[in-house]
Design a protein around this ligand. Structure first.
Ligand SMILES: [Zn+2]
Length: 233
């Protein structure tokens, strides 16, 4: 599937002039190599008014389909749903199994998913790791609130991954690295607890809220195990 474009009418928020812009509804970095960088640096979403040169970043739904690395990330601005089963998309890609399909509500999470999957990582395990490390960061900063966190570094050779968190009322960035063993431990938990989630159809949202739920289910399972053991003894 090559890139898909549509022409959209745009009213300039500055001068009110109506103009037309080319908008990508889906991109395929396997077919069009240069498009990846344009997506990641935001160039693909840059728009400037032909009449007054006012520039802005456009936000609209776009599907990123990386066939080589077997993942699809669907950016749908502000989407709140956990799952999106698009029948036409599903039937189009019915022959392609084991493709990770995600929906994301923001440009930052869109970029993060691309980075995670290109690195060959399991995004579910990354989310769980991010949650655990985030709790450590919050403690370090005297209980500061963590607003967002993103995987910002992954280095197999030095056995580390790094997350950037936005902390406190001023959203100050804080970078925390961790050893890959923590990721490995998260992966074990995911393989045990998120079996059903791995089989879900369509595009799903794997984010902090999801990771919190997994952590809750994991703790509950451990608790039940303990109770059963007590009964046996
Ligand atoms: Zn204008």
């Amino acid at each position: 599937m090559p890139d898909n474009k549509v022409i959209k009418a745009i009213v300039c928020p500055m001068c009110g002039e109506l103009s037309k812009a080319e908008i990508y509804t889906s991109v395929n970095p396997t077919v069009n190599k240069s498009i990846r960088d344009k997506v990641l640096d935001g160039g693909l979403f840059a728009w400037s008014c032909p009449s007054c040169s006012h520039s802005a970043r456009l936000t609209y739904p776009i599907l990123y389909n990386d066939m080589k690395n077997r993942f699809m990330v669907y950016l749908i601005p502000k989407i709140e749903r956990f799952q999106l089963c698009d029948n036409s998309l599903e039937s189009k890609y019915i022959n392609l199994r084991n493709i990770s399909k995600r929906i994301v509500p923001t440009f930052n999470s869109f970029k993060e998913k691309i980075f995670i999957f290109e690195s060959g990582l399991d995004d579910m395990a990354v989310e769980l790791t991010k949650l655990a490390i985030g709790q450590t960061v919050s403690k370090k900063l005297d209980g500061a609130e963590i607003f967002e966190g993103y995987l910002s570094m992954y280095d197999r050779e030095s056995n580390t991954m790094g997350f950037t968190y936005f902390t406190g009322d001023d959203r100050i960035p804080y970078v925390q690295t961790a050893r890959l063993e923590i990721y490995g431990k998260s992966k074990d938990i995911i393989d045990r607890i998120a079996v059903k989630d791995k089989k879900l159809k369509g595009f799903i949202k794997i984010d902090e809220e999801w990771a919190e739920n997994i952590l809750y289910r994991y703790k509950r399972a451990k608790h039940i195990e303990k109770l059963n053991k007590l009964k046996e003894d």
